[in-house]
Ligand binder design. Structure first.
Ligand SMILES: Nc1nc2c(ncn2[C@@H]2O[C@H](COP(=O)(O)OP(=O)(O)O)[C@@H](O)[C@H]2O)c(=O)[nH]1
Ligand SMILES: [Mg+2]
Length: 680
């Protein structure tokens, strides 16, 4: 196989548009499978995972390959749902082009818009496939026009539908000037389509000519271009991301899929056309070409834990040749011996001896390497890290069965191999195990995998907020600990002034005792008592911040005074004093930066108000508004889903801890009430 004859194509777009079904049709047409499976029957090549079968929808990217007209297609089926966007980033880091699958709904759907924007922004060559044209209410032309409304002449349809009695019977191949039915028979263009065809052809010729000086000249001179010229012009346009060609059909009925496959060959880039993969080579940013004679460089873009072969790493060979028996280095930590190389078709692997530059396959039996690692032969090479969506959705993890916490923690850490877009932390403040990810669907998936692969059940709950307490006023208090009933007695007596303002922001102890009212040797005991006491505030039991405590008086007993007595006395004074020093509850306030199309600006600000948020700044970047606000953490625990919902998935946010702030009075009452309940 020659690198020019490889096509690495990712199928992208919103979920439910037919990507997995399209992959199935392509594989069927390449004779990789002898029957086209259905997502709803749970028998497709790409949705093979048990959870995907149950959900009837893709969760992680999967790969399959086959041959068509002497070309090798590596198809990467990418899940469309928001929560799995990391899979999109991983797939597009190695695919040389994308096919955006869009339903023929007559509108530009948010999912399609996101996919197009993603490709345009990152310069990924793309083609659109308008799917579901077998459905009664589908409308190719209306859909294309809706997409054009936003993207203009970038969008170049290569087909013209032939609709008879409200049903699409086939299409005109605009470049070639023939009518095709769904059985791939070809006819001359009927009269009723001629006018529309002439118009469509003109549009395509313009799109092709725009990308090539020579073609432009020819088009000016003769007013037309040949089919080959149209394709070569479109190919240039696709490669430079100035053109997105449009095809259509029905993945389900396998209509229009052969035509798509022909265009994959004629207009989508080979790994060589797609050209340079930017890498950091020996510390320098350098292009790496898919040259067979160069050093071997292999990039791992996905790790899966396979029940039969163990950990399987999906790889793209960036340059050189990957061979069984090679030892390759890994930046930063060592080397790996290459023993099992495979081509992949969904859940099936076929062992091969080598993979050439530009090709995609899988490696088994690597010791440590995983997603994101680059293996190289001689010169240190690595790539920019995958663009992972921010992990803004947090949930606490509790074991259903007591005692399984460690097993859950270990399982989660293993699952991170498969999904690089969630984090597991232990929160030292609240003592909770926290899972942070892109959204609820993702974390639910993690939970199900935990059960399936490690046999442990867990519950996901809203995380506890790490509230704190402090005082705003000043109070003096006395604490006396006295026990003198029989045997050895205990006596400690202190007078302490409590006020806000510790030098370190947490706690400061000042010894202002004169004349030995509290003997020198017992002063550390007072400090110790207070240090223990501030672990719990007097309102709701949260740690106390910013306390300055000045010991200014007290008394002692020649026999009964002991360390424990002064520790207790200090604690008594604390209870009394803090209550009188205007205690308040503090809450963590986050800095949240929301990005969304500017039409949502008003909604975002109004919604922030309801969350007790403060707008700090608003900025504009193209059509996007960027709103920076400060909002209590307790008010944004579900913001991921809510922002998505009122922006139809167009809004994004990131957030980070900003500072602690006083909780408003009404809210304090709720927190105190809750703390009481928790204690019972
Ligand atoms: N009628 C019709 N149904 C389709 C077509 N393509 C996909 N479907 C159905 O739409 C649903 C979602 O398809 P799927 O391939 O899972 O979409 P994905 O989420 O983009 O991978 C499934 O029930 C498919 O059978 C099509 O061209 N026509
Ligand atoms: Mg799918």
């Amino acid at each position: 196989m020659d690198v020019d004859r490889i096509r690495n194509v990712a199928l992208i777009g919103h979920s439910g548009e037919g990507k997995t079904t399209l992959a199935e049709a392509i594989l069927f047409n390449m004779n990789v499978i002898d029957r086209q499976g259905k997502v709803e029957d749970g028998n497709t090549v790409m949705d093979f995972d048990q959870l995907e079968i149950a959900k009837k929808s893709s969760i992680s990217l999967s790969c399959a390959c086959g041959e068509y007209k002497g070309y090798k297609f590596n198809i990467i089926d990418v899940p469309g749902y928001y929560d799995f966007e990391s899979e999109l980033a991983q797939a597009l880091a190695v695919a040389d082009s994308a096919i955006i699958v869009a339903s023929a709904s007559g509108t530009l759907t948010v999912g399609t818009e996101r996919a197009i924007d993603y490709c345009v922004k990152r310069k990924i060559p793309a083609m659109l496939f308008i799917n579901g044209l077998d459905k009664d209410n589908s409308d190719f032309i209306k859909t294309v026009n809706a997409i054009k409304l936003k993207y203009g002449h970038k969008i170049a349809p290569l087909i013209l539908p032939n609709v008879v009695d409200g049903k699409m019977k086939g299409f005109v191949k605009v470049a070639y000037g023939v009518l095709r039915d769904w059985e791939r028979n070809e006819y001359p263009i009927p009269d009723y389509l001629k006018e529309a065809y002439m118009e469509a052809r003109l549009t395509v010729c313009e799109a092709a000519a725009e990308n090539d000086e020579e073609l432009l000249e020819k088009f000016f001179e003769s007013g037309t271009l040949s089919a080959e010229e149209i394709e070569s012009g479109c190919k240039k346009g696709i490669n430079s991301c100035s053109t997105i060609t449009v095809l259509g059909g029905s993945a389900y009925k396998n209509h229009g899929v052969f035509n798509l496959m022909d265009k994959i060959i004629s207009t989508l880039p080979s790994p060589k056309d797609a050209g340079i993969q930017r890498a950091i080579v020996d510390g320098e940013k350098t292009p790496v070409f898919p040259d067979e004679n160069d050093q071997t460089v292999v990039r791992i873009f996905k790790t899966v834990v396979d029940p039969y072969v163990g950990r399987l790493n999906y790889v793209k060979v960036i340059s050189g040749k990957l061979k069984v028996g090679q030892t390759l280095k890994v930046s930063g930590w060592g080397e790996e011996k290459i023993s099992g190389i495979y081509t992949v078709i969904g859940k099936k692997q076929e062992s091969v001896q080598e993979l050439i530059a530009g090709d995609i396959g899988a490696l088994s039996k690597l010791d440590n390497a995983r997603t994101g690692d680059t293996l190289f032969e001689k010169i240190d090479t690595r790539f920019k890290a995958f663009e992972i969506p921010p992990a803004t959705y947090k949930r606490a993890v509790y074991a259903v069965k007591k005692g399984e916490e460690d097993k859950i923690f270990a399982g989660l850490n293993k699952l991170k191999d498969e999904d690089i877009s969630f984090r597991v932390d232990k929160n030292a403040e609240t003592g909770e195990m926290l899972l942070a990810g892109v959204g609820a669907t993702q974390l639910e998936t993690v939970k199900k995998k935990l059960k399936l692969k490690f046999g442990v059940d867990c519950e996901l709950t809203k995380p506890k907020i790490a509230y704190k307490e402090t005082i705003k006023g000043v109070a003096e208090a006395e604490g006396k600990h006295k026990k003198q009933s029989g045997g050895a007695g205990q006596y400690g007596h202190v007078k302490i002034k409590f006020e806000s303002g510790a030098s370190d922001g947490v706690y400061e102890f000042v010894d202002a005792v004169v004349g030995g009212a509290v003997p020198k040797n017992f002063i550390p005991a007072v400090d110790k008592g207070l240090r223990e006491a501030i672990k719990e505030g007097v309102l709701a039991g949260y740690p106390l911040l910013n306390l300055k405590a000045t010991l200014f008086d007290g008394s002692s007993h020649p026999v009964d005074s002991k360390e424990v007595a002064f520790v207790s006395a200090a604690k008594l004074a604390y209870q009394e004093g803090i209550k009188n020093a205007k205690p308040v509850i503090l809450e963590p306030v986050m800095k949240v930066t929301v990005t969304a199309p500017d039409t949502y600006l008003g909604d975002i600000m109004g919604d922030m108000n309801k969350r007790r948020g403060r707008i700090v700044a608003t900025d504009q970047e193209g059509e996007l508004s960027i709103v920076t606000c400060e909002v209590p953490e307790s008010e944004i625990l579900d913001y991921t889903a809510e922002l998505r919902s009122f922006t139809q998935g167009r809004g994004r946010f990131v957030c980070e801890f900003e500072r602690y702030e006083e909780v408003p009075f009404e809210e304090q009452a709720k927190i105190i009430e809750q703390a009481k309940k928790d204690k019972e």
